[in-house]
Design a protein around this ligand. Structure first.
Ligand code: NOJ
Length: 763
């Protein structure tokens, strides 16, 4: 070490030391403050802190909280959610700090899931960008806007792994993969919370839904999960842990049953795993009425289940008021202890302290910030960029895309002119009235260089009652009650005038999200009919696909020359679609979840186990092997898949050594060249397989990726460092170990198209 480096190390150690001392001092100050405050609190006031209510209207569920004002004054409310705007929040906070006995401020939460007013793509779409900086920036902007409107807590990130596309809430998470979801969880927590929770432009994150909500049986929402510990620890729990390690201040319980004990009453999960094994020191809030739902789960009456949840390790009760109305009685009857209530109250108060609310309860209540910051042009520009980066090019026969900005383009389909559907599900604060539709956005982006003509083409689905269920919360799509054939015939007349047809089809935004599971995950039949008629015109047809989940697109993949999956891209969807279709942006998204050929293959995911009877290479059916009689095991589009307007060529995979020492590292590298005609971005993916283990290991697991940008003709060597850490897994005794032996490493453009090499981990 030279002198300069030595000084730098000394300075770094000193700074770290000061930081730790400051941190310890802050923790001591907080402790004293809260101990003093709690000494003045009655039991009822302590229980009041555990009560989370809505703003007195039903927004994200059916409950309408009553007497909110008087409860605030009586100290019976710790937090309010779904209240927005500075004047309303200020008024509620004034009641708390001026009219309640101990003047304890309220925490204000909201489902800020993928943006506040500037809406970014749905989380599954954002995940498809594989761009951690971008994802962090979107969370940062969401926090800036929401905190400018008075909020200080968001019910995000949602990090539930899901491998069953029937489940509607797959749209709200990062898809099927443990590693990718974990990196995204960290990025989002950092984006929301910044370095200082007490800053007036940060939000406290709430990791949800703890745990395993995405593994609901049969993809039916709220359904049971039953899972081995081995699978939990290796595949489903790491993203929650990653969010907690990144500093998330709160955790939300999930609705589901886990191996016989619903999460909200699950002491093993909330106390042993979360607190003791992971060291979580924030607070746990239930999901919406999740305590009350324990009655339906069959765990007892409201008093019983409230006591059980508190004792399991839950601190705050969302809208059910079971804690508020029964804990006192349970205390008197010895069913909970004062220590249980104190623990919960302290953790809620600590969160308020960390948010800086005791110092200044109105720190998030500056109206001028809301005016200045909400939908700031830089935020809107980021939304346009994020949308374009989330799109996945699934097919592009004969380079049909990008289109030229000329001639007449027909935009046809039920998703073409509905602004309210563009933000996508779980965008409760979106300004639906003022969100441009695809047609409007494309017109704004293209001006008069392209003559855009439009027709709705068909209904969303043939069945009016289904359409109503699929267009709730103001996400309207008008219905045409004429016979289908008549509507389609009219659309064909419009198509015939055009040089190119863009078919805007797929799901409405509310066909995914909460309580929006589907058994048939294809494009609805009436839209498919329209698509097939459009193809018969002989015009080139581009399918612009809206979806909140992987769909079965087997027919479309066979017949449509170009398919661009745009998920739900948020406020700037229309402009971003124009950017990509007309070549201003080269698509670079990669699927964060496998697209199956058939719904009957679900759950389908790339990181499966091998079984004792895998198929031989190149075979799709063999008797007495693990397969189906009617459909191959292959996905339609594998995890990590996505095309570009350019082509990327991979050189030979090189390992610097074939033996990895424990504590050492091994370099895997590959030269990637842009061998096509456009500048573009590529996500280079690294997967590993442990070939022999004490327990069975997946056939491939993502362990690294790099998103690189290459001009046409340019090359870059991409290097991955592999260490023992990357090879670790939870063994049968749930120890996190790397076992010596042979490993396969794969690098490629998606999880299927890879090159392979081998190495050994030494004992
Ligand atoms: C229920 C949902 O499951 C959860 O994700 C959400 O945060 C709450 N409702 C609050 O709206």
């Amino acid at each position: 070490m030279d002198t300069q480096t030595r000084w730098l190390v000394v300075a770094a150690i000193l700074l770290l030391g000061i930081h730790t001392v400051n941190g310890q001092q802050r923790a001591r100050d907080m402790d004293h403050f809260i101990t003093d405050l709690m000494a003045q609190m009655t039991i009822d006031e302590k229980i009041g802190q555990l009560n989370l209510v809505t703003a007195g209207e039903a927004t994200t569920g059916a409950v309408v909280s009553t007497d909110v004002e008087s409860k605030i004054k009586e100290g019976k409310i710790g937090g309010i959610f779904s209240m927005t705007s500075v004047p309303r929040i200020r008024a509620a906070q004034e009641l708390a700090v001026n009219q309640s006995r101990l003047k304890i401020p309220i925490i204000f939460g909201l489902d800020v899931i993928h943006g506040y007013k500037t809406i970014f793509p749905i989380p599954l779409g954002l995940a498809a960008s594989w761009d951690m900086d971008l994802i962090q920036e979107t969370a940062r902007i969401a926090a800036i806007e929401a905190s400018a409107d008075g909020l200080n807590w968001t019910f995000s990130p949602m990090v539930d792994i899901s491998r069953d596309a029937r489940w509607g809430r797959i749209s709200e998470g990062s898809g099927e993969d443990t590693y990718l979801s974990s990196r995204i969880a960290e990025a989002m927590v950092h984006g929301y919370q910044g370095d200082d929770l007490a800053a007036d432009n940060t939000l406290m994150a709430c990791v949800k839904h703890f745990a395993l909500y995405g593994a609901a049986e049969a993809g039916r929402d709220y359904n049971t999960t039953d899972m081995s510990l081995h699978r939990m620890y290796n595949e489903y729990l790491p993203p929650y842990k990653a969010a907690i390690d990144a500093g998330a201040g709160s955790v939300m319980t999930s609705f589901n049953d886990i191996n016989g004990v619903p999460a909200t009453a699950n002491k093993w999960l909330m106390t042993e795993v979360l607190r003791q094994q992971w060291g979580f020191d924030g607070f746990v809030v239930t999901d919406y009425t999740a305590v009350n739902e324990l009655i339906e789960h069959g765990l007892g009456d409201l008093q019983e289940v409230s006591a059980r949840s508190l004792k399991a390790g839950v601190e705050m009760d969302m809208v059910g008021e079971g804690f508020l109305t029964t804990l006192r009685k349970s205390l008197d009857e010895g069913k909970v202890s004062e220590a249980d209530i104190d623990r919960a109250c302290r953790l809620v108060l600590e969160a308020k302290y960390k948010l800086g609310l005791f110092e200044d309860p109105f720190r998030y209540c500056d109206e001028s910030r809301a005016k200045q910051l909400i939908q700031h042009p830089t935020h809107m520009a980021k939304a346009r960029e994020a949308a374009a980066k989330s799109f996945v090019l699934l097919k592009n026969e004969q380079q049909l895309l990008p289109l030229k900005k000329q001639g007449t383009v027909a935009l046809i389909g039920p998703l073409a002119n509905t602004g309210s559907n563009m933000p996508g599900t779980w965008s409760v604060s979106a300004d639906l009235e003022n969100t441009p539709s695809l047609l409007e956005g494309m017109r704004a982006a293209l001006g008069d260089r392209v003559n855009l003509v439009y027709h709705q083409g068909s209904n969303l689905v043939a069945d009016a009652a289904y359409q109503e269920r699929a267009t709730m919360f103001g996400r309207t799509i008008p219905r045409d009650e004429r016979p289908e054939a008549e509507v389609i015939a009219e659309a064909l007349e419009v198509a015939k005038q055009a040089d190119v047809v863009i078919a805007a089809l797929g799901e409405s935004s509310e066909m995914s999200g909460e309580a929006s599971s589907r058994t048939d995950i294809g494009i609805p039949a009436v839209q498919q009919q329209l698509l097939s008629e459009l193809l018969k015109t002989g015009k080139p047809v581009v399918l612009v696909l809206f979806t909140g989940r992987p769909l079965t697109l087997t027919w479309e993949n066979e017949h449509v020359p170009a398919i661009l999956n745009v998920w739900f891209g948020g406020t700037e969807t229309g402009k971003a679609v124009a950017d990509v279709l007309f070549g201003d942006v080269n698509p670079s998204g990669k699927l964060p979840a496998t697209f199956p050929q058939h719904v009957g293959q679900l759950p389908l995911y790339y990181s499966h186990k091998n079984t004792g009877r895998p198929l031989a290479d190149g075979q799709w059916f063999q008797k007495f092997r693990s397969n189906y009689l009617d459909v191959s095991n292959d996905p339609l589009y594998p995890f990590g898949y996505g095309l570009s307007y350019t082509t990327f060529t991979y050189g030979k995979l090189v390992l610097n050594t074939d033996t990895l020492e424990r504590k050492g590292s091994l370099q895997v590298s590959v030269e990637v060249s842009n061998s096509g005609n456009y500048a573009g971005e590529e996500v280079v993916q690294l997967y590993i397989r442990d070939l022999v283990g004490s327990v069975t290991r997946p056939v491939k697991e993502l362990k690294g990726f790099r998103k690189i940008q290459l001009a046409a003709g340019q090359s870059q060597r991409v290097v991955f460092d592999i260490t023992e850490e990357d090879l670790k897994f939870y063994n049968a005794d749930l120890e996190h170990v790397a076992e010596a032996g042979e490993f396969a490493v794969f690098v490629g453009t998606n999880s299927r198209d890879v090159q392979e090499a081998r190495f050994f981990l030494k004992d």
